[in-house]
Every structure is written in C-alpha cells, then in structure tokens.
Ligand binder design. Sequence first.
Ligand code: NOJ
Length: 448
Amino acid sequence: MNRQDFPSDFIWGSATASYQVEGAAFEDGKGASIWNEFEKLPGAIADNASGDVSCDQYHRYKEDVALMRDMGLKVYRFSMAWSRIFPEGGGKLNPKGMDYYKRLCDELHDNGLEPWITFYHWDLPQALQERFGGWRSRECAKYFADYVAAAAGELKGRCDHYFTFNEFLGSTDQGYFNGVCAPGLRLSRKERNQVRHNALYAHGLGLQVLRDVLPGAKVGIAENPVFFTPVIDTPEHVAAAKKAFREVNGHFITAIMEGGYPESYLAAEGADAPVVGDGDFKLIGAPMDFLGLNIYYGRLIRSAPELPEQYEIFYDDASTVWSDCNGMFQPAAVYWGSRIASELWKPEAIIISENGTSCEDRPARDGEVYDLFRVKYLRAYMESMSRAIRDGVPVKGYFHWSFLDNLEWGSGYRRRFGLYFVNYRTGERIPKLSAKWFKELIQTCKIV
Ligand code: NOJ
C-alpha cells in the first residue's frame, strides 16, 4: 500500500534538557543552577540522585548525534544551561560553556540534523536565586533577556529555531508553590501569581531580543497546558472543551496567545492577581512563529449548562489507563489538544514539542530492550496526530520525549523515557524496540 500517514517534509525530532542529560555539572567554568542546589536536599530527588554525571552528554554528544543520524531524526531539541554560559547569571560570558553548544550545533549539522534550542528548561543560575529570589523578581526577566541576546548572537548562523521557555508550570508553580521542583519553595498564592507573571514577562522580553538579534530565526514556546477531550464529538461538548482550555490555562498559554489574562483568571484570583507592568502584554502577546505543545494526556470533559462554568471535567474515569508512571494513556489528547489550540488561536504552525512515556525498561536475556508498551503508546498517539493533520490542523513536527533515558527531575533515574536505554554504570546506550519502530516511521512516514 502506498498510503502515507505523514507528509514527507514532516519534522521528526526528539527532545532533552540540559540538567537531565548533560552531566559535567561544574566543568569548564559552569556555575551552579538551582537544580544543582535543590538536589542536595535529602529526598528532593528519588534515591538522592544528582545530575553531576547523568547521561554525560556533555562528553558523549558525538556518540549521541551519530545515533540520532542513524535513526533518521531531522531535529534535536535540547536546552542550554544558562549557568554554563553565564555562571553568575549575567556579567561575563563563559566562552568554554558557550563553545559546547556551538560544537553541538556543528555536530548536528555535520550529521544532517537541525538544532532547535530551548533557552530555559528550569535550571536557573543559583546566583540569581540568591541575589533576587529568582523568578520572584522582575530583575530575573531582564537577566534572562541579556542571556538570550548574548547566546543568540553567539549562535548566529548555527541555529534558526528557538523556544524561549519550556513548560512554565515546572519553573513557577512547582518550584515556588508546591515545592516539588527547584528552588523548592512554598510561597503564597499571590506570590505564585507574580512568579508566573514574571516568567511570562521574561518570555516576552526574550522574544523581543531574539527578533532584534536574529531577525530570521523562528521562535516559539514549548508549553504544557491542561488538554481536554470532549466526551463525544458533538458541538456542545467540543465547545465545552474549548471554553475550558482557554479558561483553565488562562495564566499561561491563553495570556500569551491573546496578549492578556482572561477575565475568568482575574476573577478567580481577585486580590491575588499579579501586578502587571505597563506594556508587559505587548511583549508577552507578540506573535510567535510556532506554538510548541508538550502533549502527554488530557482530561475528558462534558458540556454542563447547569454549572456556573458550563463544563464538567472528569478527574477519574474508567476509560483512563495509567501508563507506567507518567500519567495517562490518552492518545486522543494529541488530536484534540492541537485542534482546539488551532481553532482558538490559529497559530501558523504547531509543533508537538514533547510526547512520550516512561516504562519499566530493562534489557532482556538477549540484551535487547523490548519496550512493548512504548511501541503501543506511540502507535496510538501517532494515529491521533495523523488524524489532526488530515483534518487540517497545522501540526508540522513531532519531538519525542526523550531520545535517551535521563534524570526525570524529582523521580531521579527511576523513570525511563528514552528511545535509547542508558546503562548509568557504564554510560552505554542500547536502542529499545521503540527506537527501531520510530526509525521505520521516519523512513516510511507510515504508522507501522
Ligand atoms: C516535561 C518536561 O519538559 C521534561 O523535562 C520531562 O522530563 C518530561 N515532560 C517527562 O515528564
């Protein structure tokens, strides 16, 4: 059969983040990040693991890029460790740290891949946490803009695609309100809302300086809003899913896409609503070239005219199958998530900037890793993505989380998300069954 499930120019990639894969935590002049500090707290990370070595991609990047080439990947999405480039958060640039990212970009190009770089994937320089309280202060956003301007200038000619931020929640609510991520604080709701706003402001400033420094570059965010799947595909339930998507995500994605907080968010927060500076939303709401969505799962929702918000979210439904550890097996989230975002805001392009699952992977007796669940997961999620494309949703790329097993934040090394298995004792990488499946997918553009 000649059918293709994806266009031949579809952008196939995979994603990682600096703290999760690099290791070399203090090498070549790198400063501490808030995660290098947070990991010292007993129990903050499962098994009290640290990112000091991790996958050691800092030293093994050539090997990893060769594996990416063999898989046929077109793109590698990775993040830069801000404190590698500015050990103190600002001031003097550390050329050795910057050089690593230049070499990585060059290696990717030499192997036929494009780098897509994330500026901020949660590892704030510790110096800025100590100096200003991190994202509690607007100062931090200004330092972010300086970092972006300097690093982007250094990367001129080497990288054309950037994400300002990855998942706002992980560096705002989870770091400053729930305390499960660095810096591990539990602040008030009002302070949390300000932290959220300061991060949005940083995104806006970062976007502006990128436009100045690299006018030809394509820029977006990688965000993980709460996604909704209508219980059945009828107009009233679809409308309910859209309304909820806009309102429930009012503090991040809606604020960015609409250039302001929706009334529902401001009303719900009342006196705790953030202080917004003059002109903030002109920056925050500036147009982007693509919208990156990290889609893992979604909640089922129904239209509920009898309720004040007019929808009801199902938090516990029998149709939900829990995957190993990281959430739910809900392939429909990709279709509905991308379709609803597209209908609401008409972004030029949507990139599924992350999707994947952790499994209890381990080598079998023959040395292979048979991650059967991940293959099943991928098949189903790819069907859902293909359906979105058929229906005209502008999904242009898919970046699998993750290329290789890595440090899964508070869960340490227990959760394995990779297409490649990593033996953390030896550093060896072993392709899982899913890596072979994904290679076939890329080669044929068919769900095999
Ligand atoms: C979200 C984050 O961006 C990434 O860092 C994390 O490891 C994956 N999803 C899996 O939880």
